[in-house]
Design a binder for this molecule. Structure first.
Ligand code: NAD
Ligand code: ZN
Length: 338
């Protein structure tokens, strides 16, 4: 299975394949960047640079190490291969975008989140001490090779982390996908996994092709669940909760908000709550988090403007758009535990 993503400078293919075939397509000329978990789990064979696993590696110091490693490699024509989850994709991708003013990038996403979200769309970057993803670029890959069998070693919590984004695509764009997830929860060994991954990639492709550089507001719908989710991650200082878990809570809270605003039905709240819980994802804002602090964080969200807070909200399952000028009192109500 494959699909093509078009962008202003050309296009690239996204191909569903397996680890053996990815390894067969790499050569000693490639500059393979991975992390220590993936190097062990996926048996990365070619000479490579393995950074410590985790978000902390998306920092300036590791980025510098990747650049310096690239400068020690003899073949300057080789491509950078980002072999790993979203952290490796963003980090190695940003190194590819900037090393010698930009070299070819091949994405090999090995986490579900990287397969359905971060490897497609051309955004790469690193974190600064002042905030996440503050330094970055648009640098589309030359291809995305997805070794689906790498999901076999992905920890279940990380699988469910990616599933939060899959549920999101269903909620914002694809009622049929949403219903299929409701009736049969997706597991790493589900028969339909290839079809679901490809369907999510096609949704991401459609959105990024319509708004490549995030200037038209179309990409904003991908933010469903993320305004609240990011605020929760910020309040927890990005420790102790995975991104997809915060987004799952965020989708339920934002469905409540949509209901309060008369945008979406109450049934969206209960359907998301039931489905996400069955997927092993949390659905309630932790009681320990100060609701006013969450709203403070939302004011710093890039969608917020002069008119107030902004949210990507779902009306009917499968239909979503950006709503601006949302009152903070309504947001506080949506954050109450019932
Ligand atoms: N560029 C974008 O458009 C975009 C979009 C969404 C998210 N992101 C970024 O992606 C990052 C999160 O990505 P992630 O969730 O993949 O995190 P990650 O890269 O840290 O991977 C999660 C964990 O799973 C491990 N892992 C990955 N694949 C494995 C496998 N096959 N077997 C065993 N272990 C494996 C990793 O070592 C890590 O411990 C964040 O930094 C986020 O900002 C970027
Ligand atoms: Zn996300």
């Amino acid at each position: 299975m494959k699909t093509t993503v078009r962008h202003s400078k050309g296009s690239y293919e996204v191909v569903l394949t397996d680890l053996a075939s990815v390894h067969a397509q790499l050569s000693e000329r490639d500059h393979v960047v991975t992390d220590e978990n993936v190097a062990a789990a996926c048996g990365v064979m070619h000479e490579h640079l393995a950074v410590p696993a985790g978000e902390r590696s998306k920092d300036l110091s590791t980025y510098g190490k990747v650049l310096e490693w690239l400068a020690t490699r003899s073949d300057r024509q080789g491509r950078v291969v980002a072999f790993g989850g979203g952290v490796v994709g963003d980090l190695a991708g940003f190194a590819a975008a900037t090393y010698m003013r930009g070299v070819e990038l091949l994405m090999v996403p090995t986490s579900l989140l990287a397969m359905v979200d971060s490897s497609v769309g051309g955004k790469v970057g690193i974190d600064l001490p002042q905030g996440k993803n503050l330094a970055g670029a648009f640098w589309p890959p030359s291809a995305v090779l997805i070794p689906l069998d790498s999901l076999g070693t992905l920890p279940l919590s990380q699988f469910n982390n990616g599933m939060a984004e899959v549920w999101k695509y269903g909620a914002i764009l694809d009622p049929e996908l949403f219903e299929s997830l409701e009736s049969t929860p997706l597991r790493p060994d589900s028969k339909s996994i290839a079809e679901v991954v490809m369907r999510c990639i096609q949704h991401k492709r459609d959105v990024v092709e319509a708004d490549e550089h995030e200037t038209k507001g179309v990409r904003a719908i991908l933010n469903f669940g993320h305004t609240v989710g990011h605020a929760i991650e910020h309040a927890l200082a990005y420790e102790g909760m995975l991104h997809g878990e915060a987004v799952a809570i965020g989708m339920v809270a934002e469905a409540r908000l949509a209901h309060l605003l008369g945008v979406g039905p109450k049934s969206n709240v209960s359907r998301l709550e039931a489905g996400l819980a069955r997927q092993g994802l949390p659905t309630e804002v932790p009681l320990t988090l100060d609701r006013n602090a969450l709203v403070d964080a939302m004011r710093r969200d890039k969608k917020a403007g002069r008119n107030g807070l902004a949210f990507a909200l779902v009306s009917e399952i499968g239909t979503s758009k950006l709503y601006e000028g949302v009152a903070e009192s309504d947001v506080l109500k949506a954050l109450e535990n019932l």
